[in-house]
Design a protein around this ligand. Structure first.
Ligand code: PMP
Length: 461
């Protein structure tokens, strides 16, 4: 699924022309009159004159209303693992339309897709479908509480698990000074009941002693430990294998349900997700983004005894669960991921991209490191890769944040926030690679004129 030659010629022509967002800006003003911030997810708002409105996407590229073409490394935060408008997946989705939508009744395909997931992910003994990552994590937490009879949950600093109130808690590192003690836990949105704070505990990644101390003190209250072992929302900072092993042991010891949130890593970093990559088995796990190449479906899966709580007393469901279109798209996407070399191809592209970027940065003496997996790699401007969220403040994220808009102007779309990894798809091809490296080099040189590369200070965010 590469871009055609003619598309490439277009991209060459427009490559270094100054970017106009005139139509996007107009659309922003129009949309803002009906839609708060002019967008339907807060993260899509990049500022009054920077918010992008998409015309369409194809393969690894998307085009905005002003006809600016971008090689996309956001991919909607990960879903389009096979590239946008993938012919086979879309054909399957169209066939799914013929089925008729949703019926508040089950269809056969639910079993075939569930069976494929259980085959790919050994921890997924039983499977239920939801619509979004948020819903899947909500279900997992409820199952964990029902199973253990306990109510609190632990999360990891820098993790993200969706937009529901129990998980929108975190430590605020903006302007945090490590010499002044622990960062403070707070709600990440207004409107979250303060009473929920009693349910939430938060620990830094890769410190098993902290977990042990917490479990010793409060293990009798803690139902679940919720973790992204490769933090897809914190530049792919990754758990050490020994940490995960300790975590597994501690969860068993204290009857805490280990929930591995694979909404970003699932069916991406390996067929069996981060669990396969790191040799760890969750009690419950959640999937969403890559499951159906962008069609809305998510998965909560796990140990039979925990999942069978729904046969007893746990409510799970929803009008749109297992919609025939999303399910058909999931069936095709997972078949492709399971039976072809796409994941290895994506990783190869990622390795080549990191190598090219690394060579270029080295030649300019710019300290940097990569973390995570090549298919969703984090780029840091510091020679020492971070091992937890607190380390991120020591990196020169100011340089990244100056570089990102310049990359946008050169037709390379990355998240403006340095905490988001670069997502790759099987549609990123050789042309994308050479174009990206060329544009990246230019963008770095332009950025260097404005921002010093190695001021690794906590300058506030
Ligand atoms: N968990 C993780 C790890 C995520 O990355 C996200 C979304 N970025 C979610 C949960 C929530 O998923 P959704 O946006 O589909 O509700």
């Amino acid at each position: 699924m590469g871009v055609s030659c003619s598309q490439h010629l277009i991209s060459k022509e427009i490559r270094f022309m100054p970017r106009s967002l005139k139509k996007s800006n107009q659309q922003f003003r129009l949309a803002s009159s009906s839609i708060p911030l002019g967008v339907t997810s807060n993260f899509r708002y990049w500022g009054e004159d920077k918010t992008i409105y998409v015309s369409h996407g194809k393969s690894a590229r998307l085009w905005d209303l002003d006809d600016n073409e971008y090689i996309d490394y956001r991919l909607g935060y990960g879903p389009a693992i096979l590239g946008y408008a993938h012919d086979e997946v879309d054909a399957a989705a169209r066939a799914g339309m013929e089925t008729g939508g949703v019926f508040a009744l089950a269809t056969e395909k639910e079993f075939t897709v569930a069976e494929r997931i259980s085959k790919m992910v050994p921890a997924a003994e039983l499977v239920r479908f939801s619509n979004s990552g948020t819903e899947a994590v909500m279900a997992a937490l409820r199952l964990a509480r029902a199973h253990t009879g306990k109510e609190c949950h632990v999360m990891v600093e820098g993790g993200y698990h969706g937009v529901f109130s129990e998980v929108l808690w975190g430590v605020d590192l903006d302007g945090w000074d490590p010499s002044q003690g622990e960062p403070v836990l707070g709600a990440e949105s207004a409107g979250i009941p303060s009473v929920l704070k009693e349910l939430v505990r938060i620990v830094p990644l890769n410190d098993a002693n902290r977990v042990e101390d917490l479990f010793k003190q409060e293990g009798n209250k803690i139902a679940a430990f919720l973790i992204e072992p490769m933090m897809g929302n914190c530049c792919s900072i990754t758990a050490e294998q020994s940490y995960l092993q300790d975590l597994r042991t501690l969860c068993d010891q204290y009857n805490v349900v280990l929930i591995i949130d694979e909404v970003k890593t699932g069916f991406r970093v390996a067929r069996g997700g981060v669990q396969e990559l790191m040799g760890v088995k969750a009690d419950l796990c959640t999937f969403a983004k890559a499951v159906a190449n962008g069609y809305p479906i998510s998965v909560v899966a796990g140990r039979e005894d925990i999942m069978r709580q729904v046969c007893d007393s746990v409510v799970h469901g929803g009008t749109y669960t297992a919609h025939s279109v999303a399910l058909a798209a999931a069936e095709k996407t997972l078949e492709i991921i399971d039976t072809t070399s796409v994941l290895a191809d994506i990783a190869n592209y990622g390795n080549a991209l990191q190598q090219g970027i690394g060579t270029m940065l080295n030649s300019r003496g710019i300290a940097h490191s990569f973390v995570g997996h090549p298919s969703m790699g984090g780029l840091f401007f510091d020679a020492t890769p971070p091992t937890n969220y607190r380390d991120w403040v020591k990196t020169n994220y100011a340089f990244y944040e100056s570089l990102a808009p310049v990359l946008h102007d050169h037709g390379v779309l990355v998240e403006p926030d340095s905490r988001e990894p670069w997502f790759l798809s099987s549609a990123h091809d050789e042309i994308c690679l050479s174009d990206t490296l060329e544009r990246f080099e230019r963008a770095v040189d332009i950025t260097l004129e404005k921002t010093p590369p190695n001021n690794n200070k906590n300058v506030g965010h």
